[in-house]
Design a protein around this ligand. Structure first.
Ligand code: NAI
Length: 271
């Protein structure tokens, strides 16, 4: 189902690792809706090679490596993307996250702070880096749209989300702060989507993820939002239909964020 909502628009998609990735699904939906794309990921992730399959499905989109912790890599990415598009960029998806503390199963009360530095750098400061590079190169067109993905652990406590919760709080704040500056300078809008737990490589790294996802499903009146649903929401935020939306943290979670308790969870507890 295509409405050509992004016809003529040009975008950069960060973070398509494999078919399960939210960025992968979003790239396919953006392509369906008429956008031209540049795909990017960390060099180490590109070595797995799966992204070339996605690139082919997106009209042979160029794949440009960039580690989001490297300003040189990001400068190169934006410069090359503008050369490729022969002009400015309309939208950017930041779909990047990584915590070695989560991977190693470190409790929040026993973090390795070197790892925490990395978590914050890769998962949150990277949005600032991306935006600062784009801002200085004047890479994003007027009314352009930047979306980053986040999780409700930025507002509420989810013990196993560990230092990623802190990273997401910072990420959401960067979206607001930069949203002001980029909005006043160039009418570029910046939002975060707070997505339901989703079975992907990053998601499944969280301890007790199955319990996590089942609980959210039972708590949400509409159930959990899938990666495909998230891709559709991204398309709407990249389109001109949402041009006055900026600096928002937008919950895309089937209603989870406003629930206290649901009948399904009460019944489960009574068993
Ligand atoms: P994913 O594992 O498919 O995507 C994470 C991506 O980050 C990968 O492509 C990985 O290569 C990339 N990445 C890691 N380090 C990098 C670096 N140094 N430079 C460049 N890229 C790097 O998993 P998923 O779930 O699609 O994650 C996308 C975003 O969605 C993340 O921000 C995640 O926190 C967020 N999110 C995920 C949820 C879930 O339950 N899966 C729920 C809410 C938000």
């Amino acid at each position: 189902m295509s409405h050509q909502l992004l016809k003529g628009k040009k975008g950069i998609i960060f973070g398509a690792l494999d078919e399960k990735s939210i960025a992968w699904k979003t790239a396919l939906r953006c392509h369906d809706e008429g956008a031209q794309l540049v795909l990017t990921n960390a060099p180490i992730a590109l070595r797995m090679g799966e992204i070339n399959t996605l690139a082919q499905q997106c009209n042979n989109a160029p794949v440009i490596p960039a580690d989001v912790t490297s300003m040189d890599n990001l400068n190169n990415l934006f410069t090359k993307s503008m050369e490729h598009f022969n002009g400015g960029i309309d939208f950017v998806l930041h779909s990047v996250g990584m915590s070695m503390n989560i991977r190693k199963g470190n409790a929040y009360t026993d973090l390795n702070h070197e790892f925490t530095h990395k978590t914050l750098d890769i998962s949150a400061m990277s949005l600032h880096r991306v935006l600062q590079v784009a801002y200085k190169l004047d890479a994003i067109k007027e009314w352009g749209s930047v979306v980053a993905l986040t999780y409700i652990a930025a507002q509420r406590v989810f013990p196993d989300y560990s230092d990623m919760a802190d990273a997401k709080a910072l990420l959401e704040n960067i979206a607001r702060s930069f949203g002001y500056h980029y909005g006043t300078k160039k009418k570029v809008r910046i939002n975060t989507i707070s997505q339901s737990p989703t079975r992907t490589t990053a998601g499944s790294g969280v301890q007790s993820f199955d319990g996590f996802i089942d609980y959210a499903e039972k708590m949400s009146p509409l159930g959990n939002a899938s990666a495909e649903d998230c891709a559709n929401y991204c398309v709407s935020l990249f389109s001109d239909y949402t041009k006055m939306v900026t600096m928002q943290n937008l919950f895309h979670d089937g209603g989870f964020s406003l629930m206290g308790v649901s009948q399904a969870v009460i019944e489960q507890m009574g068993k």
